[in-house]
Design a binder for this molecule. Structure first.
Ligand code: ZN
Length: 71
């Protein structure tokens, strides 16, 4: 079953590099595909609803509660 693990690892690797590319190459005002804080995928509906959003809902709520950025 190492194939499944390798596949999972390469998917995770791909997601990370996609997130980094999105952060470094995005246009101003364009939403990120991945959260700037936790790296989770930001749902497409949220990216459309909040142009330029950089955080997932969890991190957004956390910062709005006054949590600031993660230590
Ligand atoms: Zn997040």
């Amino acid at each position: 079953m190492t194939d499944a693990i390798d596949q999972a690892n390469s998917i995770a690797e791909l997601e990370r590099s996609t997130a980094i590319r999105a952060i470094t190459s995005r246009q101003k005002g364009q939403s990120l595909t991945h959260c700037l804080e936790c790296g989770d995928r930001i749902p497409e509906a949220r990216r459309h609803a909040v142009p330029g959003c950089e955080l997932c809902i969890t991190c957004q709520e956390w910062t709005e509660r006054g949590g600031g950025f993660w230590p």
